[in-house]
Design a binder for this molecule. Structure first.
Ligand SMILES: *Cc1c(COP(=O)(O)O)cnc(C)c1O
Length: 498
């Protein structure tokens, strides 16, 4: 092959469209030998009135179709993925091998405890490790996502106050918080009250004190916060909440700035949720299975969801005798397949390894922040970021009219997944970037150069950014409409709200 010639991987353009559009009546992906046993008839009540309208395709068309679709995707296995707050780090393949062990993969959630001792022991050990990492007494592994972990923690908060005969209606949340925090607070039946940030991007402690009264159930805090900044007055904050009998909830979706360095329990937090699909590199699964374990301090253990794993000498069992429990947060026992991967990650690294993860996450973020600063200044120049940072495209917009969204789309054409944009809301034209610890210096240099290139293009030819992306199967989508008017079935032409 001549050097530089493009390598064609996507196949002929004719192979576009949905699988239904490739259907050809009578074509099959398999053929069977003639039946050599009597035909058994299906009872009428189990028969459908008409055959399902499945696409009729050959195996090769099926394979090419889905392989081609997979090639249109972008993932951590094809390139860096600097989505701030989402922690899209590389998922080690050893975790897949462990999760595929038949003892885990073929276990059924309704098997008697005696037949799944290995799985129960794994869950028990993982729980102990998470409690060690966070400084909590016990944890539930049931919640299938971070947002569900928040809901769990808030229901625990509610049960704790109800048990003490206290009526508490409000939960405080800093204005930089992740959007799931206020949503979870509302779902759990509390009123969300905003705590302002100061000009360094940290909680305004004086404003917080003014909000404290006997209606406050607790405070939800992310630390380092969503700007990537460590709350310097954290012990003062947790003590002030405890002084009014309120609880302090730690949003630990991303623990990869502090693992092995400090622990929410040591800072005075009562409840913490962890996203295994961020901190412990389990797959995010396109919004699919995740795990959001919740750890609690000793005074809250009785309220944890039921069941939790109990250990009697060398045997393990599900403990369902938990009268004060808030109940179930999952149909069975959580997403065990995800939890096995988290176990592999935690024990594969060991304590020193996890500490190093935190160090590298902060180093990588700071390295990239400094590289980008001339083009995209750090939103809070007086503070040092940890595992992620928020830069602003505000000055670029003023100079060229190009917005953060245009920069994000240009990055796609330059071969990179964009960063998070327009979050947190408190930063104008925010670019929230989390390179994660898994990327090398060479990858960071190349990714940083793409951001800088986008800024240069904005000055020389802003049209390139306004038109971007031009290299993708679809151009710019109406994102609000795409999310609200879903068309999930082929042949159903009119989108509905249902
Ligand atoms: C991702 C994230 C959440 C929500 O987690 P999900 O698993 O997506 O529900 C909550 N808080 C923070 C800070 C996050 O980054």
């Amino acid at each position: 092959m001549t050097q530089g010639a493009p390598i064609r991987t996507r196949g002929p353009a004719a192979s576009s469209g949905t699988i239904a559009e490739h259907s050809s009546a009578g074509r099959r992906a398999s053929s069977f030998a003639p039946l050599d046993v009597p035909v058994a008839s299906v009872p009428p009540e189990h028969r459908r009135p008409s055959a399902p309208k499945l696409p009729q395709v050959a195996e090769i068309d099926l394979v090419r179709h889905y392989t081609r679709l997979s090639q249109q995707n972008y993932g951590v296995d094809t390139g860096p993925y600097p989505l701030g707050s989402c922690t899209m780090k590389y998922n080690p393949k050893v975790a897949e091998t462990v999760a595929a062990l038949p003892g885990f993969q073929r276990a059924h959630p309704l098997q008697p405890d005696a037949t799944v001792q290995g799985t129960l022991e794994m869950l028990w050990r993982l729980e102990r490790a998470l409690c060690e990492i966070t400084g909590m007494a016990r944890a539930t592994l049931q919640p299938p996502a971070g947002a569900c972990g928040e809901m769990t923690g808030l229901l625990i908060m509610r049960a704790f106050h109800a048990d003490a005969g206290r009526e508490r209606t409000k939960v405080l949340i800093p204005d930089a918080a992740h959007g799931t925090n206020p949503a979870s607070v509302r779902l759990a039946g509390f009123e969300a009250v905003n705590v302002p940030s100061d000009d360094r991007g940290l909680v305004d402690v004086d404003a917080l004190r003014e909000l404290l009264d006997d209606e406050v159930a607790g405070l939800m805090l992310t630390n380092p916060n969503t700007l990537g900044l460590f709350e310097e007055r954290i012990e003062e904050i947790t003590a002030s909440l405890h002084a009014v009998n309120a609880l302090v909830y730690y949003d630990g979706a991303n623990l990869n700035a502090i693992m092995g360095k400090t622990r929410p329990g040591d800072m005075g937090f009562d409840i913490v949720h962890i996203n295994t699909h961020k901190t412990f590199a389990t797959p995010h699964g396109g919004g699919g299975p995740g795990a959001g374990p919740v750890g609690v301090a000793s005074h809250l253990v009785d309220y944890l969801p039921s069941p939790i794993v109990a250990r009697d000498a060398d045997t393990f069992r599900w403990d369902r005798d938990r009268p004060k429990s808030i109940g179930r947060l999952h149909g069975f026992n959580g997403n065990i397949g995800v939890l096995v991967r988290a176990y592999a990650y935690v024990f594969g690294h060991g304590g020193d390894g996890l500490t190093e993860v935190s160090e590298m996450a902060a180093l990588n973020a700071n390295y990239l922040a400094v590289m980008l600063a001339p083009a995209f200044p750090f939103a809070y120049p007086d503070s040092r970021p940890m595992h992620e940072f928020v830069a602003t495209a505000g000055p670029l917009k003023k100079a060229t009219g190009v917005r953060a969204m245009d920069v994000a789309k240009r990055l796609i054409d330059l071969g990179y997944h964009p960063s998070t944009v327009y979050f947190p809301l408190v930063v104008d034209e925010a670019l929230m970037i989390e390179p994660t610890e898994t990327e090398s210096k060479q990858t960071l240099d190349a990714m940083g150069a793409a951001f800088v290139q986008a800024a240069e293009d904005a000055h020389t030819d802003p049209g390139i950014l306004h038109d971007a992306p031009v290299t993708t199967p679809v151009r710019r989508l109406d994102e609000a409409r795409a999310a609200r008017q879903l068309r999930l079935r082929w042949g159903v032409g009119v989108p509905t709200d249902r």
